[in-house]
Design a protein around this ligand. Structure first.
Ligand code: G3P
Ligand code: MG
Length: 277
């Protein structure tokens, strides 16, 4: 297993200086409780709220461009219909990806990965989640290679972590560039009851991401003894935030980064007061 010292600490992916706290506030699809998910306003909102990282989802268009969008189908978050993979980038750009959330966001567009990395550069780290529907058996020219090239072109490699529910995407990334930082995104159907360090080693991963309902005490204990950062999604209530931070998770994905920031600062303050006693 990779020794702790060899792993880049997860919090070093962030773009700004951190104090001694290494907890990571991850804005899930941006500050998506307040803005239409996976859009510029949502990412700008997360930056303004002081999140450490934004999480976004990527997929391929019919003309093989990498766009930031969560669902396979367009109907929930745009005024379009059908599957995103059946649309060219130009056709997608004609859709309204903000009006469903609120009138003032009408005509906000689906962004490309390029465009989002451009606004995040030097401001916030990014977790690029590659959606399973866009992962194929092709390594050369597939979504993974396209993402790597975009990240490289935007000079964001030091501040990007890739994840995917499909481990093939992570294996492809590693085949293309063994230094690509990847995080396991746990799915029971795929990993079953594999040991945490084995899942990490199999993908040479820097972090382990799982849902709050999947997190268990055995993982927490192993994570702490092996120095594996665990990031939990998607947590929007204060009680769960407090509980998870006190359990020792490294980061939380939330739609409300402003709330999580406050909660983590409160806990940090309490801990430092305790130390002084
Ligand atoms: O990457 C964490 C989380 O985003 C995974 O689930 O469906 O929100 O992309 P989903
Ligand atoms: Mg996601």
């Amino acid at each position: 297993m990779l020794e702790k010292a060899m792993r880049k600490p997860f919090h070093l992916f962030t773009c700004h200086r951190r104090d001694e706290d290494d907890f990571t506030v991850i804005a899930h699809r941006g500050a998506s409780a307040y803005y239409p998910e996976n859009t510029f306003p949502s990412f700008e909102g997360a930056i303004a709220m002081g999140a450490d990282m934004v999480e976004l989802d990527v997929q391929l268009t019919s003309d093989a461009e990498v766009v930031v969008f969560h669902d396979e189908n367009l109907s929930r978050c745009t005024n379009g219909r059908g599957r995103i993979t059946d649309y060219t980038l130009m056709a997608l750009k004609k859709l309204d990806a903000g009006g469903w959330f609120g009138r003032k966001f009408k005509n906000v567009k689906i962004p490309t990965l390029d465009e989002v990395l451009d606004i995040c550069k030097n401001r916030i780290a990014v977790n690029v989640e590659i959606k399973t529907a866009s992962v194929s058996r092709i390594i050369s020219g597939g979504i993974e290679e396209k993402c790597l090239k975009i990240v490289e072109r935007c000079r964001m490699k030091e501040h990007v972590v890739f994840s995917s529910f499909d481990p093939c995407a992570l294996l492809h990334l590693k085949r293309l560039d063994k230094t690509a930082p990847v995080a396991v995104l746990y799915k029971k159907k795929i990993y079953g009851s594999k040991r945490l360090p084995d899942m990490m080693d199999a993908l040479d991963a820097v972090a382990f991401n799982c849902s709050k309902s999947e997190l268990n005490n055995e993982w927490m204990a192993l994570a702490q003894s092996c120095g594996i950062p665990i990031n939990v999604y998607t947590v929007n209530d204060i009680r769960s935030m407090r509980k998870l931070i006190n359990m020792g998770v490294s980061g939380i994905f939330t739609n409300k980064p402003d709330v999580l920031k406050k909660v983590s600062a409160e806990i940090r303050k309490l801990k430092s007061e305790d130390k002084q006693l």
